[in-house]
Design a protein around this ligand. Structure first.
Ligand code: FES
Ligand code: FES
Length: 167
């Protein structure tokens, strides 16, 4: 069975007809042509398909497209403001925190989501003071970025880049 949905992807409105079993990731990649979200595992385990979905980071390989009619989606590509990179993208470049092409877009979207969550005071499993503001410690960054896994373990400088991105 098919369904009609409308998504706003990186600022552009897109109308799609999708099979009701189509994942949001496949709708983005195959229907919209958005290639920044990557299909790493297709099982919700690697974070390569992460986008900002209505402002919050979300993996798209386990989400059904029809369940997100009307959603506002920002991919790693859409984080840049015209020719100007998002501060988190700048920080990844400056810190040489880049991973491979499969992992980097998800890492960057996740990092933007992490910083928003911390700024909003959302606690994580390692936050000690649940009542106060959240401090962006290395431990917090590691815990919050732990859903983004790669096969080679090249995580050097990502914590520093995420912290820089908050400034
Ligand atoms: S492709 Fe979605 S979590 Fe791996
Ligand atoms: S950086 Fe992509 S698999 Fe390791």
């Amino acid at each position: 069975m098919d369904g009609d949905i409308e998504l706003r992807v990186d600022g552009r409105r897109r109308r799609l007809r999708v099979d009701t079993r189509t994942t949001l990731l496949d709708a983005l990649r195959d229907g919209v042509g958005a290639t920044a979200p990557k299909k790493g595992c297709d099982h919700g385990q690697c974070g390569a398909c992460t986008v900002l979905l209505d402002g919050r980071r979300a993996i798209t390989c386990l989400a059904l497209a029809v369940a997100h009619d009307g959603a506002e989606i920002t991919t790693a590509e859409g984080l840049a403001d015209g020719g100007r990179l998002h501060p988190v993208q700048e920080a990844f470049l400056e810190r040489d925190a880049l991973q491979c092409g499969f992992c980097t877009p998800g890492q960057v979207c996740s990092a933007v989501g992490v910083l928003d969550e911390v700024a909003a005071g959302h606690p994580s499993a390692v936050t000690e003071d649940l009542a106060g503001p959240v401090e962006l410690t290395d431990e917090e960054v590691r815990e919050r970025m732990s859903g983004n896994l790669c096969r080679c373990g090249a995580y050097v400088n990502i914590v520093a880049a995420v912290r820089d991105g908050a400034r």
